[in-house]
Write a protein of this length. Structure first.
Length: 70
């Protein structure tokens, strides 16, 4: 695989690389990247997992402190 080929300091492959097959991959829907900073739904989707994990960890430690009666 081309991604695992060692490269030099200029990011060129140190071994000869031959491309045997190439082409286009069909996509059922075009990719859409929005640069709208006011897209609230995209912000919610992007931040849901990190916030959920953070609050879960905080809740777990709060539960542990309640069990230890500190």
């Amino acid at each position: 695989m081309l991604e695992h080929t060692p490269t030099d300091v200029d990011d060129r492959p140190t071994l000869h690389v031959y491309i045997a097959d190439c082409g286009l991959l069909p996509t059922p829907q075009p990719f859409y990247i929005s640069d709208d900073p006011y897209d609230l739904w995209a912000w919610i989707k992007a931040s849901a997992v990190p916030l959920t994990m953070s609050f879960s960890i905080l809740g777990f430690f709060q539960w542990m402190m309640m069990k230890m009666e500190i």
